[in-house]
Design a binder for this molecule. Structure first.
Ligand code: HMG
Ligand code: MG
Length: 298
């Protein structure tokens, strides 16, 4: 009994592009976001208000948020690690802010330069400000399935951070496989742990595809009733603080599978293939979406 409807959060403009070495101009990001929102995504992660010294590619976030053609009903999200990020996201009229923590201490230090406990303390005022301003709040939990620095991540650590994100008032919580190491039964064990701590319909699977397991892990999560998944057009991406990490699962591949399963996403696959071709052409490389390339070759 798989969910009949699934929400796909398109994260390509943020997670997909944040790791690009060459600066991608705001105009290109704007054109990409506009193509994606026109394709029917209910939620596009478009920006990250983080330190430009840490992630230079995201320095265009304000210009992107100012330049996009907003569509009614589409949620445009922005990452906000602290109050400085929140203020910037608010000024840029983000519909949703994302506080991002980790289930691994080692990764927390490398990614946001503080411990898990310190990060939660930093998120508290952000969460409160989001509530005060009526902005949706999402919590993202990195390295829930494994960490590039500490290796295994215990289920209790995931349960603990999910509970903390829940207590901060998150509307949605993402369980992220930052380095794409999970396999389906492990994915289910982690998701089942998260489900015990938070509403199943507000949990999201954020799977990077480093080891080619992401689609299998999404299917395994569907079996548990998870109905929100993150993916990146053309499979763009990596994480600057996870060496060797590759992109998120390609959106085209997820949509192809959902369409085959008869699961409604409201997203037009052909339009996403076009958006993938657009950004791949700009970057001068082939899309890493198998379904996207197959459909283009037809
Ligand atoms: P810090 O150095 O500890 O922060 O960094 P600080 O408060 O001491 O500030 C230091 C400097 O950064 C100051 O500037 C601040 O103004 C500036 P200076 O005085 O040196 O010129 N600063 C900021 N600038 C712009 N926007 C801000 C901001 N905050 C401080 N919001 C901090 C802490 C979190 C800021 C830093 O570590 C950082 O920005 N890290 C970036 C983390 C990041 O973006 N990682 C990638 C996204 S997460 C991800 O990809 C995982 C995910 O996809 C899920 C998964 O797959 O796992 C979500
Ligand atoms: Mg990610």
């Amino acid at each position: 009994n798989l969910p009949k409807k699934v929400k796909i959060v398109e994260v390509g403009p943020r997670d997909g592009l944040q790791n690009e070495k060459e600066n991608v101009p705001a105009e290109v990001k704007i054109a990409l976001v506009d193509r994606l929102s026109a394709a029917g995504f209910p939620n596009v992660e478009a920006a990250a208000f983080v330190s430009p010294k840490w992630v230079p590619q995201m320095a265009t976030s304000r210009a992107v948020m100012d330049g996009i053609a907003r569509r009614d009903g589409v949620i445009y999200s922005a990452l906000t690690p602290n109050m400085q990020g929140f203020e910037a996201a608010l000024a840029a009229k983000a519909d949703e802010v994302v506080i991002f923590g980790s289930a691994s201490e080692a990764f927390s230090q490398r990614n946001i330069n503080c411990s898990i406990a310190e990060s939660i303390a930093r998120f508290e005022p952000v969460a409160k400000a989001a509530k005060d301003h009526g902005v949706r709040l999402r919590g993202s939990i990195s390295t829930a399935f494994g960490c590039p620095y500490q290796g295994e991540v215990p289920l209790e650590a995931v349960a603990d951070v999910v509970a903390r994100m829940r207590d901060l008032g998150c509307d949605e919580i993402d369980i992220a496989d930052t380095i794409g190491v999970a396999t389906p039964r492990h994915a289910q064990a982690v998701m089942a742990t998260a489900i015990r701590a938070f509403r199943v319909d507000a949990l999201a699977g954020h799977f990077h595809d480093t080891y080619g397991q992401a689609l299998a892990n999404i299917y395994a999560s569907l079996e548990l009733g998870i109905s929100i998944f993150h993916s990146s057009v053309a499979g763009l991406g990596g994480c600057p603080y996870a060496k060797g990490a590759t992109g998120n699962i390609a959106t085209e591949d997820v949509l192809y599978m959902m369409n085959g399963l008869g699961i409604d996403t409201g997203v037009d696959l052909d339009a996403v293939v076009d958006a993938g071709a657009y950004i791949s052409q700009f970057l001068g490389r082939k899309s890493s979406s198998r379904a996207g390339n197959a459909l283009l070759a037809k």
